[in-house]
Design a protein around this ligand. Structure first.
Ligand SMILES: Cc1ncc(COP(=O)(O)O)c(C=O)c1O
Length: 321
């Protein structure tokens, strides 16, 4: 039976609701079902991986309360680790790399919950402006610093979201929720890529349950490296990890690219027409869900995630309608 009173906000991670789009899908036969990941306690899907990565590091004896958790993040993982890490008694330090005012906005959020934030200034702001949709290339310099901090002090643990398999494992649970909510019937799954943890975790679990499901991953169009399924991707201490495995896994059928403007326009429609207060990668997801819907007269069931909350996109003028 569902609990009426929860003992901690940690119990509210996951089990997010699923909603059918109504207005945006007018004129297509397919249905688009969106899973509201922004309803997780810190406002994004990253709560799931923060809980899983911290719990598993505790179980293995790698960390104990009082230690310091570090990560390089454009914001959502940083805020999720700050929220969950602080609740569980850890110090949290985040190398925050988000171009423009959004970086400052995220810095305030993390500081508000007691994390230490080291703002990283991207060298090439003009070029990075386009990289607002879950692109994780900007996290590389911060990852290098995480590596050095961890090597210098044994009470420091780098969560390594880009290569930590517990990131992927956390999303096997997301996939089970999707299968439960859809009675095991999904034709297409679409997800934006940052670390690739959600795309791979959900993709591989859905493929097992519904072998005909088409899995589509989205990269920002301005990414330096454009990927295709099956390609080799080198693994280093700060790069590769989940993305390398994802590309070779067979769990992803197609990789596509989205521009910032396409993603923003669909995000604004989700706000205004559907009352779904999500962030810009969610707009990217629905943009490609609609592209799939328009390709056919058949009634497909297309599932995607609304990854984070609109409230992290308020200080940047270009996001506001
Ligand atoms: C807003 C947003 N959407 C999507 C993603 C993609 O998540 P993942 O790291 O699982 O690829 C991220 C993560 O970077 C994100 O912050």
């Amino acid at each position: 039976m569902e609990k009426k009173i929860h003992d901690s906000v940690l119990e509210l991670v996951g089990n997010t609701p699923m909603v059918r789009l109504n207005k945006i899908t007018a004129g297509v036969a397919s249905e688009i079902l969106v899973k509201l990941e922004y309803m997780n306690p810190s406002g994004s899907l990253k709560d799931r991986i923060a809980v899983e990565m911290i719990n598993e590091a505790e179980k293995s004896g790698r960390i104990k309360p009082g230690d310091t958790i570090i990560e390089s993040s454009t914001g959502n993982t940083g805020f999720a680790l700050s929220t969950i890490g602080r609740l569980k008694g850890y110090n949290v330090t985040i190398y925050e790399t988000m171009p423009g005012k959004a970086g400052g906005e995220k810095e305030k959020m993390m500081k508000n919950v007691g994390a230490e934030v080291r703002l990283m200034e991207p060298d090439d702001i003009d070029h990075l402006k386009e990289r607002s949709i879950a692109g994780s290339e900007v996290e590389l310099p911060g990852r290098q610093l995480c590596l050095e901090d961890e090597q210098a002090d044994s009470s420091v643990w780098w969560a390594r979201q880009f290569s930590n398999e517990d990131n992927v494992k956390a999303h096997h649970v997301t996939a089970r929720e999707i299968l439960d909510q859809t009675d095991g019937h999904v034709d297409v799954f679409v997800q934006s890529i940052g670390t690739g943890g959600s795309l791979l975790g959900i993709g591989e679990a859905l493929k097992e349950a519904c072998p005909n499901v088409k899995v589509i991953g989205i990269q920002p169009a301005s990414s330096k490296e454009l990927w295709h399924p099956g390609m080799d991707f080198p693994v280093t201490d700060i790069k590769g990890g989940i993305v390398s495995r994802m590309l070779k896994s067979g769990a992803v059928d197609e990789l596509v690219q989205i521009t910032d403007i396409e993603a923003r326009e669909m995000t604004h429609r989700l706000w205004k027409e559907e009352g779904l207060y999500c962030g810009v990668s969610s707009g990217a997801n629905v943009y490609f869900a609609m592209r799939e819907a328009r390709k056919t007269d058949k009634k497909l069931r297309i599932v995607t995630l609304l990854c984070d909350h609109m409230n992290r996109y308020l200080t940047e003028e270009r996001y506001v309608t």
